[in-house]
Structure formats: C-alpha cells, structure tokens
Design a protein around this ligand. Structure first.
Ligand SMILES: [Zn+2]
Length: 476
C-alpha cells in the first residue's frame, strides 16, 4: 500500500523496581499469594492517607534525565476517576496537567541510520490490581499490584512503521534496564505498551482518525498487531469507509485487533488534583545528585564500542543490547585484549549457550576470566580454534578452567615436529596417487592432505607446522 503512511505514538507503562509501593509501605514482590501485600492505603479504605515514595520519584527523574526531558520544578498528582473492580479507591492517582517531566527525546539506530522520537511527557501513577477470571463465571480480585509505581512514557506521533515501533520499545526498555529501575519483562507485565495508530495519504500533514491498540505483551505481538491494524485502516479508507476512534484489543490467537470500547477522552475521567497529596517539588540538590548517578546509557555505550573497539555495528548492537552482555565483554577484553576476537566469540559461541540455557551473561557459569583464558590458549597455539569450539559447551556449562581441562583431556595441540613428521609421511604413503598429482601441479590437494593429518590426530595437530611439513615432504 504505497499511497498511505502510518503514524504511531506509543504509551509505555513501566513498573518501577522499588521495594515498596508508590504511596504505602507494602511490598511490590511479584507472585505472592493474592491480597497479601495490601494495607488500608492501597486497598482504598476511607480516610487512609497516601505518602509518596521518594525512591519512585528518584527513578522517575532519572529516566526523565536519561531521555533529555525537562523535569518540572513542581508536578501535581491528580485523581483519574473510573470504576473498575480491581481499583478499590475508585480512582487512580496519576498526573495530568503538571506531569513529572516533558519534552524529551529518544535517539536510536534503525536500519543503519539514527532516528529521533520525541518524548511528550513522563508522569507517575499507581498501578491497578488484577482481576482473575475463573471458571463458571467467577472472578477474583487480587490487590497485590494495586499501588505499585508506574511511569507512563508518552512518545510523540513520530513513529512510522511497526519496525520503528519495535526499535523504539527495545531502546526504551534497554534504557530502563541500564538505569536498573524496571525489570522490563513484558510477559510479567512490568513493561506494557499501548499504541495510537492512524494512517493518512502519504505527504498529507493532517492526521487520520486514530485507534488505540492494547494487550500486546511481546515485541513480536506489537509488530503483528500494528501491521494488522495499519492494514485494516488502509482497507477501510480504500473502501471509502471511516476509521472509528476506539480502543481495540489485540488477540494473540487470531493475530487481529478487535473493538473493545469507544475511546475515552480525558474529560471522561474528571481529573482533579488529589487533595491528599501536596504538589511534588524536586530540589536542585536531589536532581543534581541523581543526574551524577546516571550510568553510561545504551546509545553512548554503543557509540563507544564502535569507536574504541572498532566493532562492526551488528556486533555492537548485540553486545550493548543487554547490559550484562556488555559488562561481560568488557571484562574479557580487560583480561585478554583483542576486542574483535572476543566480540566474535561472544556473539557466536557464547550467545548460543546463553540462549540455550535461557540465561543472561551475568548468570554465565563461565567467568569472563575463564573465557579470556580459553582465547589465550588459542592465541598461544596450545589448542586450535576448532577444538576450542568443540569443548566450549562443556566448559561453559560446568564453568571449568580451560587450561586444566585441555591438559587433562589431552586436547593440547601437537607441536612435536618429529611426531607430526611421522604422521605426514604416513599420510603421503597411504595416498600415492594424490601425492603424484600434487607433484604434477595440483596444488589444491594440499587441503586434502591437511584434512588427512587432522583426521589422524583428532584435529590436534598444529596446522602451521603440518603445512610446512607437507610442503617439504611433497616438494611444493
Ligand atoms: Zn499498601
């Protein structure tokens, strides 16, 4: 459909990793027995008073700073009123006219070029509980999640394809994880996203009617839902029909979005400042202190990896895609040097084992120093890289010391010249026809002889030495 372009804005809800809830001291631990982590404040008892959690404010400000937002001197908590069984107060405490921060941007690489997406606002709010729908028309309410702190991050309508939407979400999630303020797990619901989607004839400045798509709990589903929704809207317009402004739910099993309800407008919520909470003002001292504590962020790290380690972009993408992976990489490089060799090993051999075990680099049984040790054995020609790859899964899984392991198992490369000469002579004697052809100029047969010697030595012969010996024996 080349005549249309999609316009997407994303609203992300990131659950913060604070130990206690936003307005009370209840625990935020996930997976507890239902309704265990509750108190009069988060259970919405009349007269219970909220007190804001400073750690949550710190996390909100740090994210705002990481996204180059203007942090407001004064922000105001507001009640967002609606009825829902898992919302005992009858309102959510959010921020409306005066959010925590505004006007930032997220810069990210997409298909080899840099893209900027505006961040319109970041505000704080408390999460609702959970309704669990059981068999026979029974429903249960679990208030453990009620009051857990959330940051809502609203992007500008600057995203034009499902690919860009996923790139934006991955970058944002990565920043939250680098800041160590959110677990970023979409399945567990601590990183959630809603999308506002519209389409318009390409080149037209005004926006089309938008729908809001909800219930996408993986990057793959975000991509699928947006692709479906964009095509649905284009087809409507092509058929001369109208897009209706509404909220639509993504259905994983059919891969379609389905109408859920007419879209509410802000005035439906009857926002007003929460009289139980004073306006939030953040001191310059706090702001400066938190700014100093910001870690190196993914994009800076990515640029540094390209510049200092001369890595190809793809390798830098993978290595900085997870903070754990980047840290591990730098520890190996600190021991061993040769960043490109280390990078290659990590994105091939190491990543395969991590994915297989479904673990992150920080959970790797093999320490960075041990991987450096293995690479040193290859560098010193004590083992071939072929052997190293062969033994890697085992030493990785058991966290074994590579040098001890190859010595015990007899994997050390054979560099004993007289022993290799014997093997070389044997191989030539067993293959007289090939030897004759080689002497007549069929130099390609060198790899055949090399293969035979390797076979006889279980891949342990030093290839350089074998090459020299073959040449002198065959007279090449
Ligand atoms: Zn509570």
């Amino acid at each position: 459909m080349p005549d249309y372009e999609a316009v997407i804005g994303l609203e992300v809800h990131a659950q913060l990793k604070t130990r206690s809830k936003l307005f009370c001291a209840c625990s935020t631990v996930f997976g507890e027995e239902p309704n265990r982590n509750t108190c009069p404040v988060c259970a919405g008892m009349p007269g219970a008073l909220p007190v804001v959690n400073k750690k949550a404010v710190e996390y909100g400000v740090k994210l705002s700073q990481a996204l180059d937002c203007q942090v407001n001197d004064r922000s105001v908590f507001a009640r967002k009123n609606y009825f829902y069984p898992d919302l005992p107060k009858g309102y959510q405490i959010s921020q409306y006219e005066h959010p925590l921060a505004e006007e930032g941007q997220l810069e990210m690489p997409v298909n080899g070029s840099m893209r900027q997406v505006r961040i319109v606002r970041i505000h704080m709010e408390d999460d609702a509980g959970k309704s669990i729908h059981g068999a026979e028309n029974t429903s249960y309410v679990d208030l453990n999640r009620t009051g857990v702190p959330l940051l809502e991050i609203v992007s500008g309508p600057d995203i034009f394809s499902p690919d860009e939407a996923v790139a934006y979400l991955k970058s944002l999630r990565n920043i939250l994880i680098y800041l160590d303020i959110c677990r970023g797990n979409m399945q567990e619901g601590n990183f959630r996203c809603d999308a506002n989607v519209s389409v318009r004839p390409r080149g037209r400045p005004e926006y089309g009617t938008r729908t809001e798509v909800k219930n996408m709990n993986s990057f793959r589903f975000v991509h699928k839902a947006l692709t479906y929704e964009i095509n649905r809207q284009i087809e409507l317009l092509e058929d001369g029909e109208q897009v209706v402004q509404e909220t639509r739910l993504f259905d994983e099993s059919s891969g379609q979005t389905k109408s859920m309800r007419g879209k509410e407008e802000a005035h439906d919520y009857r926002y007003f400042p929460d009289p139980d909470l004073v306006p939030l003002s953040i001191s310059v001292r706090d702001r400066e202190e938190w700014s100093r504590e910001l870690p190196e962020l993914p994009l800076s790290k990515w640029r540094r990896f390209l510049r200092d380690y001369a890595l190809p972009e793809e390798a830098a993408d993978i290595l900085t895609g997870e903070k754990d992976m980047a840290d591990y990489f730098e520890r190996v490089v600190a021991c061993f040097g040769e960043p490109q060799t280390v990078g290659n090993w990590m994105i091939s051999e190491m990543l395969r084992e991590l994915n297989e075990g479904n673990i992150s680099a920080s959970e790797s049984p093999l320490a960075p120093e041990q991987l450096a040790e293995l690479l040193r054995l290859i560098q010193q020609e004590k083992i071939s890289s072929k052997i190293a790859k062969q033994i890697f899964p085992e030493i990785f899984a058991r966290g074994l010391d590579p040098e001890t392991y190859v010595e015990e198992k007899g994997y050390l490369q054979i560099t004993d010249e007289s022993r290799l000469q014997e093997v070389v002579r044997e191989v030539i004697a067993e293959n007289p026809d090939e030897a004759a052809s080689y002497k007549q100029g069929k130099k390609k047969l060198m790899s055949f002889f090399m293969g035979q010697v390797m076979k006889k030595t279980q891949g342990q012969a030093n290839p350089k030495l074998v090459d020299q010996l073959l040449r002198s024996e065959l007279g090449g």
